[in-house]
Design a protein around this ligand. Structure first.
Ligand SMILES: N[C@@H](CCC(=O)N[C@@H](CS)C(=O)NCC(=O)O)C(=O)O
Length: 209
């Protein structure tokens, strides 16, 4: 399968989730401004909506919308969804909230020129982060187990940090906990967003002094 992505965009949550599920995939970068893929294709011919992510399955079926893609990946690896009789419903409930309430609250940061609108967006995001904080139970959104919803929230916490939205100590702790997962580090490295420290031997230590 192939995930169309842009570095650091919401598609990063699909990449993290694919790695968590141990699913092999290709990744094709999209320039979301010019709507051109890294191989020079017109992305709007692949996804007429023009945005990432898009997951194209090996049989040619294409899954669009981040929530559907994450739900699909959780369907391939049940450990990435909450358990219990209402597990699937709870996952869709959380992904819907993340997409329609939190994700959209960031839009003015990209699409608005005005300082007042960006300040209002910062408040809107901060108030939603305060709401979601109550769901962080034990380690992650659904308790001790990481799910695809955590991958999505992590991406938006990166944006919140980049745009200077205030975050509570509990939220920062959660953010750092997710950032430390090997799959998350791998995904960040692959998208050119994280440079791990070189493994230190005596010569490299000398080079650092
Ligand atoms: N409704 C879509 C929205 C996806 C979305 O907003 N993607 C952003 C990156 S996070 C994008 O590609 N923006 C470029 C554009 O809209 O032209 C989804 O949930 O998948």
């Amino acid at each position: 399968m192939k995930l169309y992505y842009a570095p650091g965009a919401c598609s990063l949550s699909g990449r993290i989730s694919l790695h968590e599920a141990g699913l092999a995939a290709e990744f094709e970068r999209v320039d979301i401004k010019t709507k051109t893929t890294e191989h020079g294709y017109d992305y709007t011919a692949i996804n007429p909506r023009g945005y990432v992510p898009l997951l194209v399955l090996d049989d040619g079926n294409a899954v669009s919308e981040n929530t559907a893609i994450l739900e699909f990946i959780a369907g391939m690896d049940a450990s990435l969804a909450p358990g219990g009789p209402l597990g699937r419903t709870r996952l869709i409930e959380m992904l819907s909230w993340l997409s329609t309430e939190l994700h959209v609250a960031f839009k003015p940061f990209w699409h608005s020129e005005g300082e007042a609108e960006r300040a209002a967006a910062s408040e809107a995001v901060a108030s939603r982060l305060a709401l979601i904080e109550a769901h962080i139970n034990e380690l992650y959104l659904f308790g001790p187990r990481f799910t695809v919803a955590d991958a999505y929230l992590f991406v938006m916490l990166r944006w919140a940090q980049a745009f200077g939205v205030p975050m509570s100590a509990a939220m920062l702790g959660y953010f750092e906990r997710v950032a430390e997962r090997p799959t998350v580090r791998q995904a960040l490295v692959e998208e050119g967003l994280f440079t791990p420290l070189p493994s230190l031997d005596s010569s490299s230590i000398e080079a650092l002094i």
